[in-house]
Each structure stands twice: as C-alpha cells, then as structure tokens.
Design a protein around this ligand. Structure first.
Ligand code: S3P
Length: 445
C-alpha cells in the first residue's frame, strides 16, 4: 500500500477558540513497527490492536509480507501469522521503507541474520540518512552490506543464516541501533550483548519479553544499560495492544498549552518513562498538565493527559534527557518561543540526522516567524516572548514533525503561518488536521 506524497501546503491562523474536549491519538509508532516485526518472527498468530496505520508502519507491514509473513487487517485489528526466527524468505523485490528510519534500521538487523540477499531503499529523506550506524556493527556478524557513498540507501544485504552474536557498545544514544543489534541476535548462536551509555526507549526489550524471550537488563554506573539475550530464540505469538503515541500527543498537548481558553484531555497515551522527557520539561516550564487514570496495558504504562492553557516560562533541558524526548524538540522549541524568558535545549546532535536536519529546520521555523534563536555547539537557545508574531513560511523538508510543529505555532501566533507541505504528517499522524479542527481549531487547506 503506497501513498504518493503530493505536496499539501497549508496556512494556519490562530485558533478562534481554545482547544477542548477529549481525544485519542494514533497508536505508538515505535511499538507498532516492533509488533509487526516480532509477530512475523514468532510462531503462531498474533493480533495487534491499536496499530498506527500511518505510512511508515504500512511500509513495515509490506516489508514483512515480502519476507514471507501473512499480514491481514480486519477493521482496526491486524492479524499476523509469523514464520519463526530464521524462517523468513528472500524478498522478490526491493524493500522500500518510505520515510521511516526506524523501519530501515530495525529491519537491517533481521535481514543480516537470515540466509538471504535483499536490497532496501526509501524516499529522498531516508536515502539521505546515515545507515553506517547499523551497517558497522551488523557486518561483524558475518553478513555483508553494500550501500551508496557515505552509508546511504539503497543498500544491499547478504544475510548470514549462521550469524555470530555481537557484543556492542553504542557510540550514539539510539534505540534503533540497539534494536538492530538485538534483532540480529535472535538468530545468532550465543550471547548478544548491547551496552548503551544512556538509556534509550526499551520497547524492543519489553516486546521480546512479551513474546517469551529471556532478556537480561542491568543498569550501568552512569545510568546506561547492558542488555543481553542468548540465541537462537523462539518467539511465541501473543496479542499486542498498542497505546497512543506520546510523541504524537505532544502536538495537541502543546497547542492546548499555548491557545488561550484550552482545556484538553488526551486519553490512553503511552507513558513509558523512557519516552516522557517532554512532559517533565513542560511541567518545569509551569504547564498546567496532569496525568490521570494511570494504569498498565499490554506491558506498557498508559494514562490520560489533561492540559489547560498555561503561562510558560523558559527552561534549561539537560543533554541526558534527550533520548527520552528526542522527537519532541521541534514542538518544545515552539513552546519555548511562547514562554517568558530564554530556554536552552542541550545536547541536540542527534536532531541533525532525523527525517530532516531538525536542528536547522527548527531554527528556521522559529526565525521565519519572528522568534529569536541561537545555536551554540549542540545546544539550541530560544528567546521566548509571550505573543510571537508568526506570518512566516515554514519549510518542512519531508519531515512530519516539522509540519505539525509549524501548525502548532500558527494556532497561537498573531499572524497566519504558512506550511509548505503537510503531506508527510500521514507517516505518523493520519487525520491530524481533522482531529485538531474537531477540538476547536480552524485549519483550512
Ligand atoms: C525510534 C528511535 C528514535 C526516534 C525514532 C523512533 C525507535 O531514533 O527518533 O522516531 O522506534 O526506536 P534513534 O534511535 O535514532 O534516536
């Protein structure tokens, strides 16, 4: 299922009234990708409830089908008949992962430890993103990778059905790289060990356990983690319930904090502590934000978020918090532009290699709308003021989160904000504009 991404420009004016009512956000993207991959590697039938039906995840579904899994959808329920670890089959065509770095990186791990040859590509954004971070560790297991110059897609993989288990210490805080190495280890004989200097989202570890795999996790001195598993492993099919995506909730949430008169309840949001850095930061900024009805569902903590319009103040975000809110910096920077005083967001080097160079693109989003910024090393400084101008034209560079952040800016600015292309919002948040309009915004094409 491929959607041709035709540019969809939009102009957003200040919301005529506060954002209010209750809403759900789409399923968690990280958990959705992993559910399709692990269910395809499991023995038996898995049903997935609440899967994110965004373009990124649909590419993962297509890829797993091309590798031999049977994946069907009936209403909102997805059913996967898995093939078992080591039993995926060679794809007949190039695997096109669209805009999704998570799909490409995680799948690389699976491909590297299956006896098959495959070729992977993606859209112009994904083809510009670094793949060496997975090629380098994975090729030590006896598989071979051949990519374009600079470790860019398209990339060919000669997988190794008798892969050597890897011991790897992550040079960057990346859950994608950690997951690629762990997934390769599922079909390697012996102990796979990954060390991360800073803890990153642990959905792969949690879901492997859910499918019956022994995963040992120990905490390292400096707050990092050591994750181990012994292959080859057998995964047993088990149904998965996907919570709402905290990264997607960030957009209506910040919009509600910024638009006067708002009182919004976002229900069933994933609250894995390795994903909630934004909520901590917004509370430090003085946000009127509460978490209600906290519970555990499908092995992940979830709750309802209540946000009311707030007078925000500047904040200093430490670099070690970055992995727990890495996708939320563009919309946090928008919040900082509306806050009283300066904010400093530290340690943002990984933002440069997301769907776009998100550091540069966020700076540009703020500057064209009259907000003052400065980049010092890897830190972003935003000088906030209470009533930012807007009136700018935002260039989104095929990046869904830039498009949604631009819309949030426009909902609270003095003058309308133009967004060059909102089509990529479909990758992670289908129906975003309609949802925002349903809450009180008036966004028109
Ligand atoms: C993800 C990890 C993060 C994040 C991405 C999803 C994942 O990337 O930015 O949107 O599902 O593992 P990195 O691991 O490269 O930081």
């Amino acid at each position: 299922m491929k959607v041709h991404m035709q540019a969809r420009p939009l102009t957003v004016s200040a919301s005529p009234k506060g954002l209010s009512g209750r809403t759900l956000v789409p399923g968690d993207k990280s958990i959705s990708h992993r559910s399709l991959m692990l269910a395809s590697l499991a023995h038996g039938r898995t049903k997935v409830y609440g899967l994110l039906e965004g373009e990124d995840v649909l590419r993962t579904a297509d890829a797993m089908r091309a590798l031999g899994a049977t994946i069907t959808r009936d209403g909102a329920v997805w059913t996967i008949d898995g093939r078992g670890v080591g039993e995926l089959t060679e794809p007949a065509d190039v695997l096109d992962m669209g805009n999704s770095g998570t799909a490409a990186r995680l799948l690389s791990g699976i491909l590297s430890s299956h006896r098959m040859n495959s070729v992977m590509t993606g859209d112009a954004s994904l083809r510009s993103r670094p793949m060496r971070r997975v090629m380098d560790p994975l090729s030590k297991n006896g598989s071979e990778f051949l990519s374009r110059e600079g470790g860019r897609l398209p990339m060919a993989v000669r997988g190794n059905g008798q892969a050597t288990p890897l011991e790897y210490r992550l040079p960057v805080a990346s859950a994608q790289v950690k997951s690629a190495v762990l997934l390769a280890g599922l079909n390697a004989v012996g102990r796979t060990v990954v060390e991360e200097p800073v803890a990153t989202r642990d959905h792969t570890e949690n879901m492997l356990r859910h499918f019956g795999v022994d995963v040992d996790v120990s905490v390292l001195d400096a707050g990092g983690r050591r994750i181990e598993l012994t292959g080859p492993v057998k995964l047993t099919a088990r149904d998965v319930t996907v919570p709402g995506d905290p990264s997607s909730s960030a957009f209506p949430l910040v919009a509600a904090l910024l638009v006067p008169g708002s009182d919004l309840l976002i229900e069933n949001v994933g609250l894995n502590p390795l994903r909630t850095g934004l909520f901590t930061t917004l509370l430090e900024m003085g946000a009127d934000l509460t978490i209600e009805n906290e519970r555990v569902e499908g092995g992940e903590p979830v709750g309802d978020l209540r946000a009311r319009h707030s007078k925000l103040k500047g904040v200093d975000v430490p670099p070690e918090r970055a992995p727990s809110m890495i996708d939320e910096y563009p919309v946090l920077a928008v919040a900082c532009a509306f806050a009283e005083g300066s904010s400093r967001l530290r340690g943002l080097e990984e933002l440069r290699v997301k769907e776009s160079d998100r550091l540069a693109a966020t700076v540009s989003l703020l500057n064209v709308n009259g907000a003052e910024t400065e980049v010092v090393g890897d830190d972003l400084i935003v000088r906030g003021f209470q009533n930012p101008l807007g009136g700018g034209s935002v260039t989104t560079h095929m990046d869904h989160r830039l498009a949604m952040s631009g819309i949030v800016f426009g909902l609270a600015a003095q003058k309308p904000v133009h967004i060059d292309d909102t089509a990529f919002i479909e990758t992670s948040f289908p129906g975003f504009v309609d949802l925002m309009n349903g809450l009180g915004a008036d966004i028109r094409a």
